[in-house]
Every structure is written in C-alpha cells, then in structure tokens.
Design a protein around this ligand. Structure first.
Ligand SMILES: Cc1cc2nc3c(=O)[nH]c(=O)nc-3n(C[C@H](O)[C@H](O)[C@H](O)COP(=O)(O)OP(=O)(O)OC[C@H]3O[C@@H](n4cnc5c(N)ncnc54)[C@H](O)[C@@H]3O)c2cc1C
Length: 411
C-alpha cells in the first residue's frame, strides 16, 4: 500500500515528486524514461518560467476561468519563488531580455536530472514502462492497474499531461482515466500551434517574419472580429506561425479569416494613414523603396505588386488612387483563410482537459473523488508560449505537495 501514486512522469509529476517527503510514493511513467516532453521544451533549452509578476502572468492563460483557477497555485509558488527553488537546488538560471527564464546550462536535461535526483532522495519509487490503464476506488482505497500488475494507494495524482506531441507519451490516455472516475473532459483542441492557410501563395517567404504584426480574426460567415493580437508573425512553408499566431491559435478554427499587417503596426486607421502619406510624399520614389523602408523584404514586395498587377519598379506617382488604396489595404490587413490548425503531433499544448469546475483550486483535489488530485496540462489549462505552461505544471504540483505535507496521515 502506497500513500500516493503519481500517474505520469512529466514536468508536474517530477516537480511533485521532488517536493514530497516522508511518505510512500510511487510514480508510474508509461514510457521508458521520465521527462520526455520536458527534454524538448524551449528547443531543448527548457524555458521553465517567465519573470512576469503573478497578476500579469495570469493574463497569459486561455480564459478568465483559467486565470481565477490558477491564482492560488501561482500565489503559492510564484515565478520568482520557482526561480529561487531551482537555484537553491543547484540549477542556476538565466533570464533573457524578453523575461523568459532558462537553466544557465541551456540544457533541459539539467532540469530533469535534478528533479529526478531530488525525487529519489525523497524516497519516491519511479517505475517506467508502466502505462496505467485503469484506476478505481473502493472504501477510500485506490487500485491502479498497469498491464503488468496492480498497486494500491490512499491518494492518486493524475499528472498525465495533454495530448500534443503524443510521441513523448502524453497521448491523452489520462483523460480516459479521469473520465472513468466521473470527471468531465472539456474537448481537447490544439493550442500553441501553427496554421495551414488555404491557397497560400507565400511559401517562398518561408522562414521570414514580420516584426510586431497586428492580426484580426473573424469566424467564417461572421462580420464581427473575435480577436485582435500583436506580435511577431512567421511565414512557414504551408502557412503562418510565430508568437502572435501560436498564442492566438487556441481560439482559431478552420474557415476563419485572419488579417495581418505586413509592417510593424498597432493596426487601425493610423497605420493605414501613415502608409498612404508615405506613398504620396515622394512621387519620384519607387513604391518598393518606400516599402523596404518599412522593413518589408523584397520577395514580399514583389508578391504584393504582382497581385495588384503593378510593375515591380512602379513609382509612387504612377499609382492611381485605387491602386494606392488596394496596396494599403493589403499591407494593413492581408487576408488569410485558415485551412486547418497544426495537428496534435506538432502542437505545443492542448487546450481543454479536465473541467476546472470539478477541481478545488486551493488544493488541486477532485470535487468528485476524495483522495484524487490532478496536476498540469491534463487540466483544462493552456498558457501562451514563454514559460507559462511549465510554471502552471510546477505551481499546480506544488499546491498538491504542500497539501499532502499538511494533511497526510500514513497508514
Ligand atoms: C515542443 C514543445 C516545446 C515546449 N516548450 C515549452 C517551454 O519552453 N516552456 C513551457 O512553459 N512549456 C513548454 N511546452 C509545454 C510543456 O512542455 C507542457 O505544458 C508540460 O510539459 C506539461 O507538463 P505535464 O506534467 O502536465 O505533462 P507532460 O510533461 O506532458 O507529462 C505527462 C507524462 O505522463 C505520462 N503518461 C501519460 N499517460 C500515462 C498513463 N496512462 N500512465 C502512465 N504515464 C502516463 C507521459 O508519458 C508523460 O511523460 C512545450 C511543449 C512542447 C510539445
């Protein structure tokens, strides 16, 4: 009989195991090793948190409900406290200008090996190649089954992650476990993902970005925009990516229209007026020269001029009013129709998961099954890119660890 069984061996499970002492804890990981997804975070460098203060930090999550839910966890283990926690345990950190925090080694393996060592020092038993296929509870005792055997415990923590990058082991099987225990699963969808664009004519720009683009999103057949956002936009071979797209992708659907400014802009009339003025100011100048001064790359300028059937060396004076208006319209709000979002196999995070209404935000305890807890991305939580998702995994895990250390009576 264990006091606690942790299902999963990812960021939240390892952080929990590294913070529990004086109890009999078993961690069951489905794959051959723990921390598979952690290993590839931040391009292998592990962007483990962000310097934002908790209140600003919370604005980087998908919905007001998520923000309210996460607040106690983030107040209990803030981004600043997380940095202290890692530093004190021999993982010095480095903070980038944009606020992203990484281990100084710039190697995610440093983080995994410290968490694993810490867990083992705490006496946590780690068993890999152990996919949990069933959890049931009777008379307040949990039975946890894998293909090889079954285990019993007084408390269970589901920390099985979402269903993006399933090759890392996070394949959504945790949702079935939570559902079998009576929990509602908010339909999982891809988040922090790129977009495939219908009739995309910009493949040759793949790898180039627009700094600080302004995007506006409309659902199919709807006139009213549902989202505006600013940030860097990246052209890919099949469509769009970059922070402004990744962070907005949780809300985006197939068939949506997205307009994007092709020069740094906060959008709106001012940007259009500025561009109109620039094209009128010096009639002898080539249009391409003006556009280059706004940071547009040559191939994009050629594409725009070709699309409007204008010569590539057209001068500002040669533009008719109609041409100028059409050019400014494309520059300020280039239209893209979403063919589909990236698949789960290439999305960084899963939006959706265990309904937050069924979990106590001060302990991460299930409101449905006493003794059951949930941590990390298996919950209906999804943050922006920038260290927000790992911090959510760590903070939800720490709430559980602190709850156990206050309340656990071992048998
Ligand atoms: C490419 C990529 C880059 C990312 N970069 C960043 C970044 O830099 N910063 C950031 O904040 N976030 C980043 N993320 C997101 C972040 O990695 C996740 O949000 C975080 O790992 C979630 O932690 P978790 O513990 O909930 O789940 P996971 O880390 O996904 O761990 C879940 C574990 O549970 C195991 N498991 C699943 N089902 C079972 C079962 N039935 N039985 C036993 N074990 C099971 C899985 O094998 C897995 O090891 C990135 C994600 C990806 C895909």
């Amino acid at each position: 009989m264990y006091d606690i069984i942790i299902i999963g061996g990812g960021a939240s499970a390892l952080f929990l195991a590294a913070n529990i002492t004086d109890t009999r804890v078993l961690l069951l990981e489905k794959t051959a090793q723990v921390g598979n997804k952690l290993r590839i975070t931040g391009g292998g460098m592990c962007n483990l948190t962000n310097c934002d203060e908790p209140d600003r930090f919370l604005m980087h999550f998908g919905s007001p409900q998520q923000r309210t839910f996460l607040k106690p966890a983030l107040m209990n283990l803030s981004p600043a406290a997380t940095q202290v926690w890692f530093t004190e345990r021999g993982v010095p950190l480095t903070v980038r200008e944009d606020g992203k925090v990484f281990p100084r080694s710039l190697d995610a393996r440093t983080v995994i090996s410290m968490l694993k060592d810490q867990a083992q020092q705490n006496g946590v038993e780690i068993t890999c190649d152990a996919q949990v296929t069933e959890v049931c509870v009777q008379d307040q005792i949990f039975t946890v089954r894998t293909a090889a055997r079954s285990y019993q415990s007084l408390q269970v923590v589901i920390a099985t992650g979402g269903m993006s990058y399933p090759a890392t082991g996070s394949d959504g099987s945790g949702y079935a476990l939570a559902r079998s225990l009576g929990h509602t699963i908010i339909e999982p969808t891809q988040a922090l993902t790129s977009l495939v664009i219908k009739d995309y004519g910009l493949s040759e720009l793949s790898g180039n970005s627009i700094r600080d683009s302004h995007i506006t999103c409309f659902h199919e057949h709807e006139q009213r925009r549902y989202l505006q956002a600013d940030g860097d936009l990246l052209f890919t071979h099949k469509g769009l990516s970059g922070p402004v797209i990744l962070n907005s992708s949780r809300h985006i659907r197939t068939g949506d229209l997205i307009t994007a400014s092709l020069f740094p802009s906060q959008g709106g009339e001012t940007a259009r007026e500025e561009m109109h003025r620039a094209l009128l100011k010096d009639p002898k100048k080539q249009v391409s020269t003006i556009l280059k001064s706004y940071g547009l790359i040559g191939r994009l300028i050629e594409h725009l001029l070709d699309q409007l059937q204008l010569s590539r060396d057209v001068r500002c004076a040669e533009l008719s009013k109609k041409d100028r208006t059409a050019l400014v319209q494309l520059l300020a709000a280039y239209p893209f129709t979403v063919s589909r979002k990236g698949y789960f196999s290439s999305s960084m995070v899963t939006a959706g998961g265990v309904s937050l209404a069924e979990v106590q935000r001060t302990t991460m305890g299930s409101r449905i099954v006493p003794g059951l807890f949930l941590a990390g991305e298996v919950l209906d939580i999804d943050g922006d890119t920038g260290g927000y998702n790992l911090q959510a995994a760590f903070s939800t895990a720490k709430l559980i660890a602190d709850h156990f250390s206050r309340t656990l009576v071992t048998r």
